[in-house]
Ligand binder design. Structure first.
Ligand SMILES: CC(C)(COP(=O)(O)OP(=O)(O)OC[C@H]1O[C@@H](n2cnc3c(N)ncnc32)[C@H](O)[C@@H]1OP(=O)(O)O)[C@@H](O)C(=O)NCCC(=O)NCCS
Length: 179
């Protein structure tokens, strides 16, 4: 077995887009697809073994976050892949498990998002929130709490920040790539 932080499982290697940044301490295993300009920060663990992980363009997965999936079974024929859209910010130490996130979403630090959850485009999830299985978070709202509750529509500044946060992280990873 070769020891490298980006490695195959059952012969399937992570597929890497252009201009991506993966910190040396992050671990990516198996059937994972990273689109262009994705950044993966220190100590992220992403395991595409019993299902697939897809990460959209310009999305950043911050330090210590854990990404995993659920296998296919007779009661759940597709299992739960993890699908993350474009321009998503996943804050420090988040847990994303078998859920589906749209575009321009901010997942606050320490949030936990469980199997079957759908987060629509343009959603802000507060730090430390827990999103229980199979819940849908609708577009344009702030959600916080454990279990998560819809708090209010996003302010204009917050909605604009969703995209800006992704831009900031693309710039930051470009700096790291040029080190
Ligand atoms: C939720 C958040 C956006 C603040 O929203 P806000 O509407 O400005 O909230 P306020 O600071 O005015 O606080 C309003 C209430 O919500 C509470 N609150 C704030 N953030 C909360 C959170 N994450 N979870 C639960 N309650 C929260 C406050 O304590 C306050 O409660 P009170 O009315 O009983 O005093 C912010 O606290 C947050 O969680 N941001 C995420 C930051 C992050 O993780 N970024 C990614 C890392 S790079």
């Amino acid at each position: 077995m070769s020891i490298t932080n980006v490695r195959p499982y059952k012969g399937i290697y992570p597929s890497l887009g252009s201009d991506i940044y993966i910190d040396n301490s992050a671990v990516l295993v198996g059937d994972i697809t990273l689109s262009d300009d994705v950044s993966i920060w220190p100590l992220v663990a992403a395991r595409g073994d019993v299902n697939t992980i897809t990460i959209g363009a310009r999305t950043n997965i911050q330090d210590g976050s854990v990404l995993h999936v659920t296998r296919k079974s007779s009661s759940n024929p597709q299992g739960n892949p993890l699908i993350i859209g474009d321009d998503v910010t996943v804050g420090h130490k988040c847990m994303l498990h078998g859920c589906q996130l749209g575009n321009r979403i901010l997942v606050g630090m320490g949030a936990i998002i469980m199997d079957g959850v759908i987060v629509e485009d343009d959603v802000f999830i507060g730090a430390g929130s827990l999103v229980p299985p199979n819940k849908t978070l609708v577009s344009g709202y702030l959600y916080v709490g454990n279990p998560v509750k819809q708090v209010r529509p996003l302010k204009e500044s917050e909605a604009a920040f969703l995209k800006q946060s992704a831009i900031n992280y693309v710039e930051l990873k470009n700096d790291y790539l040029s080190e």
